[in-house]
Design a protein around this ligand. Structure first.
Ligand code: PHE
Length: 456
């Protein structure tokens, strides 16, 4: 099964590729929304605690599993524990990103559409109250939905097909700095807005009375999603890491970059939101319905600046979603290459075609298929629910148990000490977390998301 594999050529490239996967809609859209809904600063503090004690151990585990096996997520577990159970778990790890790709790229297509419309100047011409119907018209138009979904799939394909270092790494090295530059410029602009101080206070005032069991679980869920845990991405990418990469520090750096982007996204969005008087807990429609009108009115004295701001904002979203999308595509492509020994081009084409075909169900969920419901959900909602609410927590739960109880200590030692050349600090804490805290935390998060906590 082992064959010549790609490698990340440089440490920077490796960090940027993994951070590119972590930085996505989760940072720019989900993090500000969750912060808005859960009361600001206290949520951010909790988020950081969850990230350190809960997200990082699982992230390091995925790194150790992937790099030591030098196989993608689909085969790495079976390599360490050769029983049918772990063969099936590997397949489960591939199914998750496959299903996510089918609906994530539909939303990614929306970001591309908004970018195109911002450049064409259409967004400027829409009156503030008309963004909700504008969005509804767009999502219910089957041609536009399918067209943009296809375009995003094609972009993703074009990068993945070029391989690990020539494709994923090379593009991440350009896309990620581009994303940072746009983000910093936008934050700079936002901070000059009239209500910037209010937004900063909202983000950084720690009101501990706002912390409830629900906030804790929401923070955990956000850390889990934002770090791309449980999707097979980190173990697959780690299988391309070189032997001298230091896994602990790499995980910390990636989590740091991811959090910095999320905080900056908060600083970019909230000043505009407050200055225009939109509620900070507007919810998921924030970036496609509220923000375009926010940009218009925030810069009403200089409309051209509003136009530039929205072009830059949607360009940022496209970059962030693209680096995430290539990472989920890669998990499936790598699996197929390893399973069938076919060329990367063939494997990637199979993934793209299969995802595109199945994803049509999601893309059409807002138009022709909007009345088709399974278990009360449209296809789009169903894919989202099944992956994010069911499969990801199950996967995270099993990964932490696998890492703590099944993966050999020798493997842990070799990976975390770089074959005995480095110290492995906090090892006790790491294992306590993986054995008890992470599985229990994930279980509670799972019950909470399904609404079963209330019943208990
Ligand atoms: N961490 C990503 C984000 O914040 C999550 C993700 C990665 C989702 C890859 C889909 C694909 O958006």
């Amino acid at each position: 099964m082992k064959q010549e594999r790609g490698n990340f050529g440089s440490k920077l490239g490796m960090i940027l590729a993994a951070a590119g996967s972590a930085v996505g809609l989760g940072n720019v859209w989900r993090f500000p929304t969750e912060t808005g809904e859960n009361g600001g600063g206290a949520f951010i503090l909790l988020y950081i605690v969850c990230l350190l004690f809960f997200g990082l151990p699982v992230m390091v585990s995925e790194f150790v599993i992937g790099r030591s096996a030098r196989l993608s997520a689909g085969f790495a577990y079976h390599h360490h524990a050769p029983t049918p159970l772990w063969r099936w778990f590997g397949r489960f790890q591939v199914l998750i990103p496959f299903l996510i790709l089918c609906y994530y790229n539909v939303v990614a297509g929306w970001t591309l559409f908004y970018l195109v419309e911002a450049v064409r100047g259409t967004l400027d011409a829409v009156p503030a109250q008309a963004f909700a119907p504008f969005f509804a018209d767009f999502t219910s138009n089957p041609w536009l939905q399918v067209g943009y979904f296809f375009a995003f799939m094609a972009l993703t394909h074009a990068i993945v097909v070029q391989g690990v270092s020539k494709g994923i790494e090379r593009f991440s090295k350009v896309l990620m700095p581009g994303l940072f530059i746009i983000l910093l410029i936008l934050v700079g602009c936002s901070l000059t807005m009239p209500k910037a101080q209010e937004a900063v206070d909202f983000l950084f005032t720690f009101d501990f009375s706002k912390i409830t069991a629900h906030t804790v679980l929401a923070a955990m869920g956000q850390a889990f999603f934002s770090l791309s845990l449980g999707m097979g991405i980190l173990s697959t990418y780690a299988s391309y890491f070189k032997r001298d990469a230091v896994l602990g520090t790499s995980a910390l750096t990636i989590a740091g970059v991811d959090t910095a982007v999320a905080l900056l996204a908060g600083l970019m969005i909230f000043p505009a939101v407050f200055s225009v008087g939109v509620a900070p807990d507007e919810g998921p429609t924030l970036i496609f319905i509220a923000l375009p009108s926010v940009f218009q009115s925030a810069f009403s004295s200089w409309p051209w600046l509003g136009t530039l701001f929205s072009i830059a904002f949607y360009a940022l979203l496209v970059l962030a979603t693209l680096t995430s999308s290539i990472s989920i595509h890669e998990v499936v492509t790598a699996y197929i290459t390893e399973a069938t020994h076919c060329s990367r081009r063939k494997a990637a084409s199979c993934v793209t075609i299969a995802c595109f075909t199945l994803g049509l169900l999601c893309a059409l969920s807002f138009g022709p298929l909007k009345d088709v419901h399974l278990w009360g959900m449209t296809f789009f909602d169903l894919f989202d629910f099944v992956t994010a609410k069911l499969m990801l927590p199950i996967s995270g739960f099993i990964i932490s148990l696998f890492a703590a109880w099944r993966l050999s200590r020798t493997t842990w030692e070799a990976e975390l000490t770089n074959d005995g050349t480095r110290r492995f600090p906090l090892r006790r804490l790491l294992f306590v977390m993986l054995r008890y805290v992470c599985p229990i935390g994930i279980l509670l998060m799972f019950l909470n998301e399904l609404g079963w906590m209330k019943l208990l």
